[in-house]
Design a protein around this ligand. Structure first.
Ligand SMILES: O=C[C@H](O)[C@H](O)[C@H](O)COP(=O)(O)O
Length: 205
């Protein structure tokens, strides 16, 4: 089986446990969605492959920053949204994992991450502001955060996002925008850990 390996602190636990099962004989190959995940997969002994060798993945498992009732997602809190979206779009089945704090009534409680190319990011930022957000350049210490793809991330505070698909389209039509953290029609299942049990959400077909 081939598995798309997401990114983030929730996925850390997936990788650790997948590594344990691999050491007991589970046969899987993973495609990592970030440099951090690649390093963790190596550490936990998960065999890796790449899109050079395979066309699609059987399954992707990833985290999310926000999930709404329709299984729309905001992702990219860790800055890995572009590779995550590529991995998810190449997967036959997508499972999102998190704790119940990720479930929201409407997307947009937290800023939407948008990856932009560095050149002219100020112009791109002003254009996104005109779409209706307050944007700030993500920093790491006193320097701009640089994604695995060498780009900047703008954290864009929108009022509640009621039409994620059209907002995503509007934003990706702007020059300089590489990808947004809005994932619409991506998740097939969402598994949220609660204190003593789990909540399971499934996309209606
Ligand atoms: O860029 C990061 C990813 O989209 C993560 O999957 C997301 O931010 C959730 O991360 P965490 O599991 O750490 O809350």
């Amino acid at each position: 089986m081939t598995i798309g390996l997401g990114s983030g602190s929730t996925v850390y636990w997936l990788l650790e446990n997948l590594g344990k099962r691999v050491s007991k004989g589970l046969k899987v190959k993973g495609v990592p969605s970030s440099v951090k995940t690649e390093k963790l997969a190596d550490k936990f002994g998960i065999p890796l492959t790449s899109f050079h060798d395979i066309q699609e993945l059987d399954l992707a498992i990833d985290g999310a920053d926000e999930v709404d009732d329709y299984l729309n997602l905001i992702k990219g809190g860790g800055g890995s949204l572009v590779r995550e979206k590529i991995v998810i779009e190449a997967s036959k089945h997508v499972i999102i994992i998190g704790d119940e704090s990720k479930l929201v009534k409407g997307l947009g409680n937290r800023p939407l991450p948008i990856e932009v190319i560095r050149f002219g990011w100020e112009v791109t930022c002003r254009k996104i502001t005109r779409v209706g957000a307050e944007c700030s350049l993500r920093l790491e210490g006193s320097h701009p955060f640089i994604s695995d793809n060498g780009n900047y991330i703008l954290d864009c505070d929108f009022p509640t996002i009621t039409h994620p698909a059209s907002l995503h389209e509007q934003l990706t039509s702007l020059a300089g925008v590489v990808e947004t953290g809005l994932f619409v029609n991506s998740a097939d299942q969402v598994i949220l850990g609660k204190e003593n049990n789990i909540r399971f959400l499934e996309r209606s077909k």
